[in-house]
Write a protein of this length. Structure first.
Length: 255
């Protein structure tokens, strides 16, 4: 059982943090990972910077642009992560778009992930059918869970197909909007969380998009296994830097 499945098996609601590799400073990647684990985060999504991040709102887009200007590349990320498993134990997931992975070489990318101890990938623009037909064997060869996204508009048939080819969790997007664009959840969104929960899927669901505080974390995890915070954490880094990560985590999920 890999680190993702071990964490999902824990009897508690989970909290994941997304941040952009190489932001705010080029060499911040590893120190942020270590600080997040130290402060009780359950797993971490490391954003691979890309010049055209379509699913991301302005906060994450800006962080991605800064990281690229800082000289962040796929190769540099793997160099930064060398030896990370000597320092942290929690699951690490790379979230990025397919173009940089394709340019790097899909198998070479997966091999590099396995070499540094990455547990899974979230690739929003890789269709599940293409993954299943072309790349699933490569991902499985290197022990990587590929995490797929569903939205309120995703049909039940497609959700069940995604569930059938998934190993890990399903990323339940709370809204069709880009990241960081919602404030609080409507009754309609909470009904969507309940509806997916009642489908009794094989893989647990983790909610992303729109979680920014204790209230939205609580709403998101009422029917789901956990929640992911991205834009709110990037904003925290903008205003407070890395020094107050403990305070940020406590504001979402008090110890």
């Amino acid at each position: 059982m890999n680190r993702i499945k071990n964490t999902l098996a824990q009897n508690k609601k989970l909290l994941s943090i997304y941040f952009t590799a190489g932001y705010p400073e080029p060499e911040d990647t590893v120190s942020i990972i270590k600080d997040l684990e130290k402060n009780g985060i359950d797993f971490i999504e490391i954003g691979l910077p890309f010049s055209d991040p379509l699913a991301d709102g302005p906060t994450i887009q800006e962080s991605s642009g800064v990281a690229l200007k800082n000289g962040m590349t796929t190769k540099k990320l793997f160099q930064q992560l060398e030896g990370i498993r000597e320092e942290v134990e929690i699951p690490l997931i790379i979230m990025g778009y397919f173009n940089p992975i394709l340019q790097f070489g899909v198998e070479a990318f997966c091999q590099s992930c396995a070499a540094v101890g990455i547990d899974g990938l979230i690739i929003p623009d890789l269709p599940v059918e293409e993954y299943n037909e072309k790349y699933r064997e490569i991902f499985e060869k290197y022990g990587l869970s590929n995490i797929f996204l569903i939205t309120p508009q995703t049909s039940e048939e497609r959700i069940r197909f995604i569930d059938s080819v998934s190993e890990g969790f399903i990323y339940m997007v709370s809204t069709a909007s880009v990241t960081g664009s919602t404030k609080g959840f409507t009754k309609e969104t909470r009904d969507y969380f309940r509806r997916i929960s009642e489908m009794k899927l094989r893989n647990p669901q983790i909610v992303g998009f729109g979680i920014s505080d204790k209230e939205t974390y609580g709403q998101a995890t009422e029917f789901a296994k956990g929640a992911i915070i991205g834009s709110a954490f990037i904003k925290h880094l903008n205003t407070s830097g890395k020094q107050d990560i403990a305070d940020f985590v406590k504001s979402i999920r008090p110890v």
